[in-house]
Write a protein that binds this ligand. Structure first.
Ligand code: ADP
Length: 453
């Protein structure tokens, strides 16, 4: 078994990993930039190492700094969390080359799924349905037009190296395609150093539904059901729930089985998420994330499985401790991502936290490194807390979520709590009747105060 884990991350996810380690008797090493000296994950870890100045590129993204910290602290494994280096195949490779265990999939699988064009080819071969689109990379604007005509407008131009909603542009008609192609490839080149793009049919009313999988080194693969992450603004998720109000048990079982079979065929290990768009009863693969996801707690809440514990067990070479038949789903869970940003303008709002009070009670989980007097640094992602609420059914969950949001006090900063309070009252959300475009229109005020068109 792994005995000492270096957590190559910060914020709530570093704390989340630390907690699982501690419950398993595993020692933890926190790394931090000079801006994070007072962070909760640093305070609670067994050891901590400063790995550089505030800018992420010089600290949390610095492979030499992280490998040096693992060496001097005598860690035997590295957990990357999400974001930062978690989907960097070179990092996973170097971790292993330096004699540490990478807590995640193989570098080859990270590389494969990180190239969205190659990923689509691989999953088609493994039996997963995909969004109709171009084969391979688009050469130039003329090629973009030719492929879009074959697919039929509207289309979406996407970067093969894309992530975090960047490198994507919609073209409604043939008049938009040159601009969309130039925009997406320039943005992708600037953000990822790779401007290659492909084109997909743009689905107008889909839901975003993703399936959580867990696989060991012995060919055992199970799925832990789906999460509905359709509440997004600018392709960034804000609210996630499990199970999806849009699926019945037959659809849930069907997609779970397709995914498990495909993952076994691909030979993947550890945790992963297969993301789909779901429209008119059909699933269309969009990408696979080869890491733990921000929204993993909603899955944990309905199946009672600690995903980080399983990641650590699999990375230690243990077989999965249960089968698909052992997994029992119960109740409903919703997660609100609480960001340090203005609830209407979405301007970032870092700064010092005044009074702080987190909600509690049955079925309420808060994953956050915040405390009164803590200063949220301006250098990183604006996610400061995750509120995960569960109940016996969706209605109970919603009632509990509303009262938990009302109890939550984070003074001194603007946060997205008021926006979540509005969403939880909107009839469209209450009825579970929303698609991936609903939230964007809701916040831009195109919908009336009921959230109806
Ligand atoms: P990223 O890796 O940047 O998150 P994804 O491929 O996962 O990119 O897509 C992110 C979001 O963009 C999806 O959840 C969905 O809202 C939207 N999107 C992506 N592809 C399509 C499509 N073909 N049609 C409609 N919306 C799409």
């Amino acid at each position: 078994m792994i005995e000492k884990v270096l957590i190559a991350n910060r914020g709530e996810i570093a704390l989340r990993i630390l907690r699982a380690c501690r419950e398993m008797g595993i020692k933890t090493v926190a790394v931090h930039s000079t801006a994070d000296v007072d962070a909760m994950h640093v305070r609670l870890a067994d050891e901590s190492v400063c790995i550089g100045p505030p800018a992420a590129k010089d600290s949390y993204l610095s492979i030499p700094a992280i490998l040096s910290a693992a060496t001097i602290s005598n860690a035997d494994a590295i957990h990357p969390g999400y974001g930062f280096l978690s989907e960097n195949a070179n990092f996973a490779e170097m971790v292993e080359e330096h004699g540490f265990t990478f807590i995640g999939p193989s570098a080859d699988h990270i590389r494969l799924m990180g190239d969205k064009i190659a990923a689509k080819v691989a999953v088609i071969a493994a039996g997963i349905p995909v969004v109709p689109g171009s084969e391979g990379a688009i050469r130039d604007a003329a090629h973009a037009l030719e492929e879009s005509r074959k697919i039929g407008f509207p289309v979406i131009v996407k970067a093969t190296a894309g992530g975090g909603g960047r490198g994507m542009k919609i073209a409604e008609t043939k008049d938009d395609i040159t601009e969309a192609f130039n925009f997406a490839s320039a943005e992708a080149l600037a953000a990822f150093g790779n401007g290659d793009c492909y084109i997909e049919k743009f689905l107008t009313k889909p839901r975003h539904i993703e399936v959580q999988i867990l696989a060991d080194n012995f060919g055992n693969v199970i799925h832990l059901g789906e999460r509905d992450c359709s509440l997004q603004r600018r392709h960034q998720k804000l609210v996630e729930e499990a199970p999806s109000p849009a699926l019945d048990n037959a659809a849930r079982k069907e997609i779970g089985e397709i995914v498990s079979k495909a993952i076994a065929k691909i030979g993947y290990r550890n945790v992963g998420t297969i993301e789909f768009l779901y429209e008119k009863g059909k699933f269309y693969f969009i990408e696979m994330n080869t890491r733990l996801q921000v929204e993993h707690p909603v899955t944990e809440a309905i199946c009672g499985i600690d995903l980080v514990r399983e990641m650590l067990r699999v990375a230690s070479g243990e077989p999965l401790g249960f089968t698909q038949e052992d997994v029992k789903f119960s109740g409903h869970a919703i997660e609100c991502r609480i960001n340090a940003e203005h609830p209407e303008t979405f301007m970032p709002s870092p700064g010092k936290v005044g009074d702080y009070h987190a909600p509690g009670g049955l079925g309420v989980r808060v994953d956050s490194g915040l405390y009164s007097g803590y200063t949220v640094p301006p250098h990183y992602d604006s996610l400061i807390a995750k509120l995960i609420v569960s109940g016996n059914n969706r209605n109970e969950c919603l009632m509990r979520l509303r009262r938990s949001l009302d109890e939550f006090v984070i003074d001194g900063l603007h946060t997205s709590i008021p926006l979540h309070q509005r969403i939880m009252e909107a009839p469209a959300f209450v009825c579970g009747d929303y698609d991936i475009h609903w939230l964007g229109r809701f916040v831009e005020g195109e919908l009336d105060s009921d959230g109806d068109e």
